[in-house]
Unconditional design. Structure first.
Length: 498
């Protein structure tokens, strides 16, 4: 609440009942303290009301109401490929809340108790969505899909009749040949696995409850069924060493066929590792940590140089699978999207992807074999960026690029201007600033004031609002804030040049 500053009321946990009771109390002038599940401001302090009990009957919660949100406009756009979905007309649905497992890096915003929704209610909502919005693909937002086999069987039998594709998250230790057979028969589109590490010491530290031997066995089974899948390794657990990190990286390089994403562990508020980081002083100021957007911190046994090396190896290992004969069809700088084609090297299928969102930590899939690829930046986009940023340098003298995500670092690797002394890469993460960006230093935001930099280019459009607010509030010398997507076209708009 201190980090949010201007908020009067916060809802803790599930909010469906709480927000209704809060609205009623405010409307009728009754005592706010009688509403369970709140934190609220009381003069110069904050008060907590009694905890709100988890909603036991998930069926009692009304379905999401999309009327009035122009949802058809969004359904016609391709969804984020990182979610494992490659088709249009996709919508998210929920079949359960929370998770029965307690990994150290997880936090459960929907309560600690795992609760299942009835399949009758789920499929009644699906009937409604198909009838009203012509849904062709559903993404299950559950933290974990069907932890027991009988429930999974019933779900698959019922969804098969709809002849639509779907996506869900799975645990390695809950997958067997029988489950895979019914999943494939049901028309599943993609399976996701949280793999976390290839070292059993780290998996034990994370309380993951699986081993790398189980992972190898299950991924091989899934791969042989032909079901598209992907997974994720996260580096930087409290027990992570250079030895354990290398073991995971070596395993990843040896198994590119499984499409495993690499990222860094982040201590999110509410997780066990966040509480440990605060207690140990690694996160010395929790309010600032939240205001800064939870920047990357090193909670592992790696020293700063080793952590930096792991970050470098992750960033340089993202282009394992490359499309062949990439062709840019068109660019939309306003929406930050491209239409692009390319040939899958695995099955030789020529794909065309429309409205692909640039600068996102996403992937595109081969429509035939499901192979995943990093979103391509064809030469034309690189040329336009190089030219348009050069024009900004000519006019303003100095330019900062804020947000060193993996897509941004991949792109900057191929631009000559990254070596220009008046171009300053910026990131709020201490660990990323330890790593040279293709031979160049990554700076803290304070460089904006130190060097009197007048222009900031935001290279993370999804966080543009947050970054823009930080710049306006903390760096008064900045005159222009520009979304990098506006620079991918043939010319800078008159607005951006001003």
């Amino acid at each position: 609440m201190e980090a949010l500053e201007y908020v009067d009321y916060g809802v803790i946990g599930e909010g469906e009942a709480t927000v209704c009771e809060l609205a009623s109390a405010l409307e009728n002038g009754t005592d706010i303290s009688t509403v369970d599940g709140l934190v609220y401001k009381d003069r110069d302090t904050y008060r907590l009301t009694n905890s709100r009990r988890d909603i036991e009957d998930i069926d009692s919660i009304p379905w999401p109401d999309y009327n009035g949100f122009d949802v058809d406009k969004y359904l016609d756009l391709p969804p984020a490929e990182f979610a494992g979905v490659s088709g249009k007309r996709m919508i998210c649905m929920l079949g359960s809340r929370s998770c029965p497992f307690r990994c150290t890096f997880c936090f459960h915003t929907n309560g600690k108790k795992y609760r299942k929704r009835s399949l009758d209610d789920f499929f009644a909502e699906l009937d409604y969505l198909i009838s009203n919005y012509n849904i062709e693909y559903i993404s299950l937002s559950d933290e974990l899909f069907a932890p027991d086999l009988d429930q999974a069987k019933e779900f698959c039998e019922r969804i098969k009749k709809y002849n639509i594709r779907w996506y869900a998250d799975f645990r390695i230790d809950k997958v067997n040949p029988e489950l895979l057979a019914i999943l494939k028969d049901s028309g599943i589109g993609t399976m996701f696995f949280g793999l976390e590490s290839a070292d059993n010491r780290i998996l034990k530290s994370m309380r993951k409850g699986i081993t790398i031997e189980q992972t190898e066995s299950v991924l091989k089974m899934v791969y042989e069924t032909g079901i598209p899948m992907f997974g994720c390794f996260i580096f930087g657990d409290v027990e992570e060493t250079m030895e354990t990190a290398r073991k995971t990286l070596d395993w990843w390089h040896a198994h590119s066929e499984y499409h495993v994403h690499l990222t860094l562990l982040k201590p999110f508020p509410g997780s066990q590792i966040y509480k440990q980081a605060c207690k140990s002083g690694i996160i010395s100021d929790p309010v600032k940590y939240l205001k800064d957007g939870c920047p990357q911190v090193n909670i592992s046994k790696l020293n700063d140089a080793e952590f930096s090396e792991v970050v470098r190896q992750i960033s340089e290992s993202t282009k394992v699978n490359s499309l062949e004969k990439v062709e840019l069809i068109s660019i939309d700088p306003v929406k930050g999207r491209e239409n692009v084609s390319g040939i899958c090297p695995k099955c030789s299928t020529k794909n065309t992807w429309e409205n692909v969102k640039l600068f996102a930590i996403d992937y595109i899939n081969c429509v035939h074999c499901g192979q995943k690829f990093a979103i391509p930046f064809p030469g034309k986009i690189k040329e336009n960026l190089e030219r348009n940023i050069s024009l900004l340098l000519d006019k303003y003298g100095k330019v900062a690029i804020w947000g060193m995500t993996l897509p941004a670092m991949d792109l900057l690797r191929d631009l000559k201007l990254i070596h220009n002394k008046n171009v300053f890469p910026i990131d709020i993460s201490d660990s990323k600033r330890l790593m040279p960006l293709h031979g160049k230093q990554i700076y803290a935001p304070s460089i904006l004031d130190k060097e009197t930099i007048p222009v900031v280019i935001i290279s993370v459009p999804s966080h543009g609002g947050q970054i823009s607010c930080q710049v306006k509030e903390n760096h008064k010398g900045v005159k222009k804030i520009i979304d990098i997507c506006t620079l991918i076209g043939d010319s800078i708009t008159a607005k951006e040049q001003r």
